[in-house]
Design a binder for this molecule. Structure first.
Ligand code: ADP
Ligand code: MG
Length: 497
C-alpha cells in the first residue's frame, strides 16, 4: 500500500488491454517471426526455436508484471481473471471489463504483429495455434495441465501472504517457459484464451490461412477449467477456512486508496510510511473520541484516559514527524518511547511497552510482511500482559488486544491479506470491548470499585479498539484518505470532541 492510489477501473481495463496486446506482440509474434526465418533459411523447427519462443513469453510477462501489476494486477489472461474472481481474489464486477479488454488487446496485438512482419507474418499465421485434427483429448489434456500449472503458480505466489513477497515476477514467467517447452509441440501452448483467439481473428481478417475454428471449444474449455481447478487446488493447499482476502469498500467511503499487488487486491507489505500513517490515524481517532474515553474512565476510574491518550499519541506523531524513522521497527520503537514518556497513567506504560515490544519483534528491514505485523501485534500483547499481569476477563486492554491478535492471525493463516486481517482485528477488538461491560475489573484503578464496574465498558479496551480500527482504516484506505471518515465509537454519541 503506501500513498499510492488504486487505479480507476478505466485505467485498469486500459492496462489489461495493453498488457495482453504486449503479450501477443512478443509471444505469438516471436512464434510467427520464427516461422518467417525458418521459411527463408530452410532450417527445420527445433527445440531451439521453441525455447526462444518460450523465452519471449517469459520476458514479456516479467516486463508486464512489473509494468501494470500495480495498476490492474496484470492478469492478461481470461482464465486467470476468472479463477481469481471465483476465489474472491478479484472483483466480479470487474470481470466483464477485464475479459473484454484482454480479448480486444489480444486482437490488437495480433494486428500489431502484422504491422511488424507484414504479409510474411500473416503467411506464417501470426502465431495462430492448432493441434493435429482428431487429437482432441490429448490437446485438451495438454492445455488443461499447462494452464493448471500456470494458474496454480499465480495463486501460490500472489494470493497468499505467506509467499515470499515480490517473487511472482520470477515464478510466473518461469512456469510459462517450462510449460511451453513441453505443451508447445502438442497444442502450441495457448494457456490463455485471449492469446489463443486474438491471432485467429486477425489472420482471418487479413485473409490468411483459415484458422481451425472447430478447435476453439477445446482450447477454451481446457484453459478456463484449468484455472478453476487450480483455484480449488490452491484453496486446499492453503488450508484453513475460505480466504476472506477480498477488499470490500465500506459504504459511503471514498473508493479505496489501495495499491494493487499483481493479481490480487489489497496489500502484502507494510513499511514505515504505512505504520506512521497508522499512528497518525490512531491519534486522530483518539482525539475524536477523547471525551468519550474520559467519560468511560470517569465511570470506573479517574476520568483521565481521554486526555492521557490524546497527549501520548500526539507526542508519538510529533516524534515520528521529526525523526522520520525509515523502518517499521524504528517507527514502532519511536512511537512506544514517546507514549511511555508522555501518555501517563497505567495505559501509558502499558501501550508504550506494547509498541516497544512490537518493535523488538521485528528485524531492521524496510518492509515487513502481513504475517510479521501479526508477530509484532502479538509481541505487543505479550509485553502488555507481562507488565500489567492482567489475564483475559480482567476488564483491561488485554480483553480487546488479545482477541484482535487472534483474529488477525486466523485471517492471515487462511490466506487473507492486510486489509482483511486488520479489519478482522478491529472487529474482534470491538467485540472484546463490548464484552468488557459484563466483566468486573481486577486490575488497575478500576479494580478499587470492584463489582460496580460491571455494566460499563473498559476505557483501555475502548482505546485499543480505536487504535486497531485506525490500523484497519489505514490498511483499507491507504495513507491519503486516513482521517477523512468518522472514527467515533458507537457509544460516543454525546461525547464528540
Ligand atoms: P489510570 O488507570 O492510571 O488512570 P488510564 O486511565 O490512562 O490510566 O488507563 C486506564 C486503562 O488502563 C484501563 O481502562 C485498563 O484498560 C488499562 N489497565 C489498567 N491496568 C491494567 C493492567 N494491569 N493490564 C492491562 N491494562 C490495564
Ligand atoms: Mg484513568
Amino acid at each position: 500500500m503506501g500513498s499510492k492510489a488504486e487505479a480507476s477501473f478505466s485505467r485498469k481495463v486500459a492496462a489489461e488491454f495493453l498488457g495482453t496486446a504486449a503479450l501477443v506482440v512478443c509471444g505469438p509474434g516471436t512464434a510467427a517471426a520464427t516461422v518467417v526465418i525458418a521459411r527463408t533459411s530452410g532450417v527445420a523447427f527445433s527445440m531451439a526455436d521453441l525455447g526462444v519462443i518460450a523465452l519471449a513469453f517469459t520476458m514479456v510477462i516479467i516486463a508486464m508484471l512489473y509494468t501494470i501489476g500495480h495498476i490492474s494486477g496484470c492478469h492478461i489472461n481470461p482464465a486467470v481473471t476468472l479463477a481469481l474472481a471465483v476465489a474472491r481474489k478479484a472483483r466480479w464486477s470487474e470481470v466483464p471489463g477485464y475479459l473484454v479488454a484482454q480479448f480486444l488487446g489480444a486482437i490488437a496485438g495480433a494486428f500489431a504483429i502484422w504491422s511488424i512482419l507484414e504479409q510474411p507474418g500473416v503467411d506464417a499465421g501470426l502465431g495462430v495455434l492448432s493441434y493435429a485434427p482428431g487429437h482432441t483429448v490429448i490437446a485438451f489434456c495438454a492445455e488443461l495441465i499447462g494452464t493448471f500449472l500456470l494458474v496454480l503458480v499465480v495463486f501460490g505466489t500472489t494470493t497468499d501472504s505467506r509467499a515470499t513477497p515480490g517473487w511472482y515476477g520470477l515464478a510466473i514467467p518461469a512456469i510459462v517457459f517450462a510449460v511451453i517447452t513441453v505443451v508447445g509441440p502438442v497444442t502450441g501452448a495457448a494457456l490463455n484464451p485471449a492469446r489463443y483467439l486474438g491471432p485467429m481473428i486477425a489472420v482471418a481478417a487479413l485473409g490468411g490461412k483459415t484458422p481451425l475454428w472447430q478447435q476453439v471449444p477445446t482450447y477454451f474449455t481446457a484453459t478456463f477449467t484449468a484455472g478453476l481447478l487450480a483455484a480449488a487446488t490452491y484453496a486446499f493447499l492453503r488450508g484453513g477456512k475460505a480466504g476472506p482476502a477480498q477488499v470490500r469498500t465500506e459504504p459511503g467511503r471514498q473508493p479505496a486508496q489501495v495499491t494493487q499487488q499483481p493479481w490480487t487486491q489489497g496489500t502484502t507489505m507494510v513499511d514505515a510510511t504505512v505504520l506512521r500513517a497508522w499512528i497518525r490515524a490512531a491519534s486522530q481517532a483518539v482525539d475524536d473520541n477523547a471525551h468519550y474515553l474520559t467519560h468511560l474512565d470517569a465511570v470506573i476510574g479517574d476520568a483521565d484516559h481521554g486526555a492521557n491518550m490524546r497527549r501520548g499519541f500526539k507526542a508519538a506523531v510529533m516524534t515520528l514527524d521529526e525523526t522520520a524513522p525509515a523502518t517499521p521497527r524504528a517507527v514502532l520503537d519511536a512511537a512506544g518511547q514517546a507514549i511511555v514518556s508522555n501518555l501517563g497513567g497505567a495505559a501509558g506504560t502499558l501501550y508504550g511497552t506494547g509498541f516497544c515490544q512490537a518493535a523488538e519483534a521485528l528485524g531492521h528491514d524496510a518492509t515487513i510482511s502481513v504475517r510479521q505485523l501479526g508477530v509484532a501485534l502479538r509481541a505487543a500483547l505479550a509485553g502488555i500482559r507481562e507488565l500489567g499481569a492482567a489475564a483475559p476477563g480482567d476488564k483491561t486492554i488485554v480483553d480487546a488486544w488479545g482477541p484482535a491478535v487472534g483474529a488477525y492471525e486466523a485471517v492471515v493463516d487462511a490466506g487473507g491479506d492486510l486489509v482483511a486481517a486488520t479489519r478482522a482485528a478491529a472487529e474482534a477488538a470491538e467485540q472484546g470491548l463490548r464484552a468488557t461491560a459484563g466483566m468486573q475489573a481486577r486490575k488497575g484503578r478500576a479494580s478499587y470499585i470492584g463489582a460496580r464496574t460491571i455494566g460499563h465498558e473498559d476505557p483501555g479496551a475502548a482505546s485499543t479498539t480505536l487504535i486497531l480500527r485506525a490500523l484497519a482504516t489505514t490498511a483499507a484506505a491507504g495513507t491519503a484518505t486516513v482521517g477523512a471518515g468518522p472514527t467515533h465509537l458507537p457509544g460516543n454519541g454525546d461525547y464528540n470532541a
